[in-house]
Design a protein around this ligand. Structure first.
Ligand SMILES: Nc1ncnc2c1ncn2[C@@H]1O[C@H](COP(=O)(O)OP(=O)(O)O)[C@@H](O)[C@H]1O
Ligand SMILES: [Mg+2]
Length: 236
């Protein structure tokens, strides 16, 4: 858990919460953080799974920015890259990916060996590790349950990145280990039927859907060129 040096300007451009803390989009990430906090009155949300209907919806971007937003709020945060098919967190945070979730599940190694520090205070990362031939099998291993229990004990918030729910079963499997699920969808590409299908799959596995993030570029008049907003899933 070595903390890396926080050199000015090292964070990649898509970590907008760090790069442009005053931009509208950064404010929207903080709003999502607040909404998640208030979304469940009776249960403390300590782990949130980010998934999407389709690939390329922006869930890794949203998950990474949410993780930074939680860390900035002083929460001890872990970003878990559980997209064992197209992982990106190691690139976003510029760390190695020789060891990560896949090696942790398959090998007899200690959790500490796969937790990487980031350039951000309060933010640690578990990258995917090498892409395995059988991601769904790994994610249904009982060992994952034990890993999640340890992570939520150690961290205030665990943010989980995952593959799209309509393509593979991985996110459904992961949702069993998350207190809540946020569905990210591209504003231009989403449609109601697909979103309903995604919601049905999550409901089937007993997921607690916290809401939907509509992600995408907006009309030119928006100065920051991004638009993220959040609404309760019931409204869709
Ligand atoms: N709101 C946005 N505006 C512009 N580019 C975006 C936005 N959200 C995501 N992207 C870009 O779109 C691509 C796909 O996003 P990513 O987060 O990797 O999607 P996913 O994890 O759902 O496959 C990335 O290159 C990312 O930088
Ligand atoms: Mg991704």
């Amino acid at each position: 858990m070595n903390k890396r040096n926080h050199e000015e300007g090292t964070a990649p451009k898509y970590l907008v919460v760090d790069k442009q803390p005053h931009a509208t989009v950064s404010e929207q990430f903080r709003t999502i953080r607040t909404n998640i906090m208030y979304s469940s009155v009776n249960t403390d949300i300590k782990s949130v799974l980010f998934t999407s209907d389709l690939a390329g919806s922006g869930k890794s971007t949203v998950a990474a920015n949410m993780a930074v937003a939680y860390a900035q709020a002083g929460k001890k945060t872990l970003l878990l890259d559980a997209d064992l098919r197209r992982p990106t967190s190691h690139e976003t945070f510029r760390v190695g990916n020789r060891e990560g979730l896949s090696t942790l599940i398959v090998n007899d190694i200690h959790l500490k060996e796969v937790i990487k520090g980031t350039e951000f205070d309060n933010l640690d990362l578990i990258t995917s590790g090498p892409i395995p031939p059988n991601p769904a099998e790994l994610l249904s291993a009982p060992k994952l349950d034990a890993i999640m229990v340890r992570l939520v004990t150690h961290y205030d918030m665990v943010i989980i990145d995952s593959p799209p729910i309509l393509s593979v079963t991985d996110a459904q499997l992961l949702s069993k280990n998350a207190d809540g699920v946020v569905l990210v969808t591209n504003v231009e590409k989403n449609n109601r039927d697909r979103l309903n299908e995604a919601k049905d799959l999550l409901n089937k596995s007993g997921a607690n859907i916290l809401g939907i993030v509509l992600n995408g570029r907006t009309a030119e008049y928006k100065r920051d060129g991004h638009n993220y907003y959040y609404q309760k899933s019931q409204a869709t």
